[in-house]
Design a binder for this molecule. Structure first.
Ligand code: CA
Ligand code: CA
Length: 135
C-alpha cells in the first residue's frame, strides 16, 4: 500500500498538509495548487474533526485554518472552491456566517474550538491542503 508524500497526513482516501505560515486565502489557494492539491474542503463531520485534530497538533502557533469555502453569487451562500459544490455538512459558530462589515467571503476554522466563521479573505491564517490519495 502506498502512502501520502512525505509531510502529508493520510485520512481515509485523501492526504492533508498543514501549512503553518499565515497567509491570505487567495495565496493559500495558489500554494495548494502549486503542490498539486487544493485548499481543504470538508464534506463530513468526521473530516471536520480530523482537520481540527491536525490544527491542534500545532497549537498555540495555529489559531485559524483557511478552508476552500468561499461565497458564490449575491446571497452570501458558500461553495467549495475546487469542487464548486454547495456546502453539505457545516459547523458554523453561532450567529455565523454574519458577513460582518459586508466582505467576509472566505471560510476559516478557528482552532481549538473548531467552529466555522466567514472572514475577510485578506486576513492571514494558516491552512490545510488536501489531495486524493495516490493509490
Ligand atoms: Ca475533503
Ligand atoms: Ca463572520
Amino acid at each position: 500500500m502506498s502512502s501520502c508524500s512525505e509531510g502529508w497526513m493520510q485520512y481515509l482516501d485523501h492526504c492533508y498538509l498543514l501549512r503553518t505560515t499565515p497567509t491570505s486565502w487567495d495565496n493559500a489557494i495558489l500554494q495548494c495548487q502549486s503542490l498539486g492539491s487544493y485548499l481543504v474542503e470538508i464534506e463530513t463531520k468526521e473530516e471536520d474533526e480530523w482537520i481540527r485534530k491536525i490544527g491542534a497538533l500545532e497549537i498555540p502557533s495555529v489559531n485559524g485554518i483557511w478552508t476552500g469555502g468561499t461565497v458564490f453569487g449575491n446571497e452570501h451562500s458558500f461553495i467549495w472552491n475546487n469542487s464548486k459544490k454547495e456546502l453539505n455538512y457545516t459547523n458554523w459558530e453561532e450567529n455565523e456566517p454574519n458577513n460582518y462589515g459586508g466582505n467576509e467571503d472566505c471560510l476559516v476554522i478557528i482552532v481549538p474550538d473548531g467552529n466555522w466563521y466567514d472572514e475577510i479573505c485578506d486576513k492571514q491564517y494558516q491552512f490545510v491542503c488536501e489531495k486524493k490519495h495516490p493509490f
